[in-house]
Design a protein around this ligand. Structure first.
Ligand SMILES: O=P(O)(O)OC[C@@H](O)[C@@H](O)c1c[nH]c2ccccc12
Length: 256
């Protein structure tokens, strides 16, 4: 089963006529003791869900801002175990949290144990950027048994046939990677991005969110007009690190 809390929350925001906005933050950047406060802040700003990164030593798809945040989190002693334990201590999560983690930390932790602990920590979904469709079943089955959604990523370079398979299998939402390359703010997107987003919309009933390279409300609204919303990482990670919470509030409020 897919995660109802995530599905219903996204649906409710869409029914209000809002664009979906999912901020990415790195767990443990600034310490795990501020995580609860950050989730509450993002929810109050109007975020639909939060994508929580698990720091990893070899983050192949991360750009420099996210890599640095990961290094800070690792230096502060953040582990997958610690993140799960911290989430367990929170009363109830009133905003859906989805993990963004490479496969290696899950494998090391133990796939079954990971699914079980995510469920008891209230994690709604998981994004695993380096797990190809052909290899995913062992993880997907464990997640689905615990009602955790496996959110798939679509790449602009994939042929239509593969995109269709990804779009049909995705749970919760479809993460439409909207650049070729790593994460990080960019000032503009390829003109083909909107066509790609519209094509993905025809392939699935799940919400489609564009991510990578989005850092301004105009950009977010522009891309959202071709799908259901956007994911913003580097800009938000950087603003939290600098203590610029007003920037985050403004960015979210003006994007949705
Ligand atoms: O930072 P950006 O360009 O706003 O992109 C979001 C991104 O950071 C976040 O979703 C993410 C961080 N690491 C990833 C690895 C793969 C896919 C996605 C991610």
């Amino acid at each position: 089963m897919t995660n109802l809390f995530l599905n219903q929350t996204l649906e409710a925001k869409r029914a209000e006529g809002k664009n979906l906005l999912i901020p990415y933050i790195m767990a443990g950047d600034g310490g795990l003791d501020i995580l609860e406060e950050r989730l509450a802040f993002l929810e109050a700003c109007g975020a639909a869900a939060v994508e929580l990164g698990i720091p990893f030593s070899d983050p192949v798809a991360d750009g420099p801002v996210i890599q640095d945040a990961g290094q800070r989190a690792l230096a502060g002693g953040t582990t997958l175990e610690g993140v799960l334990e911290t989430l367990q201590t929170f009363q109830t999560l009133t905003i859906p949290v989805v993990f963004m983690t490479y496969f290696n930390p899950i494998y090391t932790y133990g796939i079954e144990r990971f699914a079980k602990d995510c469920a008891s920590a209230g994690v709604s979904g998981v994004i695993i950027p380096d797990l190809p469709l052909e290899e995913e079943q062992i993880v997907t089955d464990s997640l689905n048994q615990r009602d955790i959604s496996h959110i798939r990523l679509a790449a602009m370079t994939s042929p239509d046939e593969r995109l269709t398979a990804i779009a049909q299998r995705t749970e919760g939402f479809l993460y439409a990677v909207s650049v070729t390359g790593t994460t990080g703010a960019r000032s503009k997107h390829d003109s083909q991005v909107k066509t790609y987003l519209q094509t993905l919309k025809t392939m699935t009933d799940a919400p489609v969110l564009a991510g990578f390279g989005i850092s301004a409300p105009e950009q977010a609204r522009d891309l959202s007009s071709s799908c259901d919303g956007v994911i913003i990482g580097s800009k938000i990670v950087d603003a939290f690190h600098k203590g610029e919470t007003d920037t985050i509030k403004h960015l979210i409020e003006e994007s949705i």
